[in-house]
Design a protein around this ligand. Structure first.
Ligand code: ZN
Length: 284
């Protein structure tokens, strides 16, 4: 199933622009808040699988918010594709490099984002949403704790990230709008192989990043095992799983987003984000 968030109301999405309002179709058993379903994921998934209601809502992409709007915890992985580890100059660590994107940075799949500086960079990422509390979960049980997958951008302000003697990941990646996600949350059963999806982002016709999620150093079961060995993962938590090579900061010359750019971010089977940028420097 695919779950969308239209104006703060949870939808079972049908096609590209229609959905079933969960609160209405369930007679109030589940509220409109997407987190109500995530907090009771097993019960909700069983209800949704049996739901025979007809679509009763239409929406435009701009009306969609982040499919998981208020995660208690957002984990983000810094170096998780070999080629990106090479371009970033970090050797692979024994634990994944982990930081957070503060949840106020989340926005929807068709967002306008204001660039705070001229050095904002793109990072396409597969995002995992947790459905069942995961505490010291092993690899074999990890997928059973996943509600679904969605497309994400880990937008990054490189000057403040890199100016100190130690990288400053979390704040530099948490300006308003720096976490576009969506267009919907897709359950793993919808995908032929949820561990091997084409992942890319582009500006117009120019492909900036292109890889496959099977090239992760720490795959989804490994991330859940290693993170949940430290922190319990809660329903509705998100994991941004890292970006492949092709970021602007690693280019010669370096390249960053400018006002007027429209970034398209796509993952096979999950859909696309369209993120439009304003200022401080406009495209020539
Ligand atoms: Zn990232």
């Amino acid at each position: 199933m695919r779950l969308g968030n239209a104006g703060g109301r949870l939808l079972l999405v049908r096609g590209e622009d229609r959905g079933i309002d969960v609160a209405v179709a369930s007679g109030g058993r589940f509220g409109p808040d997407p987190h109500d379903a995530l907090d009771r994921w097993a019960e909700f998934a069983a209800w949704a699988a049996a739901c025979t209601a007809e679509p009763d809502v239409t929406f435009t992409p701009a009306e969609l918010g982040p499919p998981v709007p208020r995660p208690a915890q957002v984990f983000a992985i810094g170096i998780n594709y070999r080629e990106h580890a090479d371009e970033a100059g970090y050797p692979p660590a024994s634990m994944p490099v982990t930081f957070t994107k503060f949840p106020t940075c989340l926005t929807g799949p068709d967002a306008v984002v204001e660039l705070p500086t001229p050095t904002v960079d793109w990072e396409v990422e597969l995002v995992v949403a947790i459905g069942l509390r995961a505490e010291r979960v092993g690899r074999a049980d990890a997928w059973a704790h996943v509600a679904g997958l969605t497309v994400g951008q880990d937008l990054s302000e490189r000057t403040s990230q890199l100016e100190g003697t130690r990288p400053q990941f979390s704040l530099a990646k948490s300006y308003p709008g720096f976490g576009p996600t969506g267009p919907w949350l897709v359950t793993p059963d919808e995908l032929d192989d949820p561990a091997d999806l084409a992942i890319s982002c582009s500006l117009g016709d120019e492909v900036l990043q292109e890889s496959r999620t099977s090239r992760m150093i720490y795959d989804i079961p490994e991330l859940i095992a290693r993170l949940s060995a430290v922190c319990p993962l809660l329903p509705g938590d998100l994991i941004f799983t890292g970006t492949p090579s092709g970021i602007g900061n690693a280019r010669t010359p370096k390249r960053f987003l400018v006002g007027g750019d429209v970034l398209t971010t796509t993952i096979e089977g999950l859909g696309s984000l369209r993120t439009r940028f304003t200022g401080p420097r406009e495209a020539a």
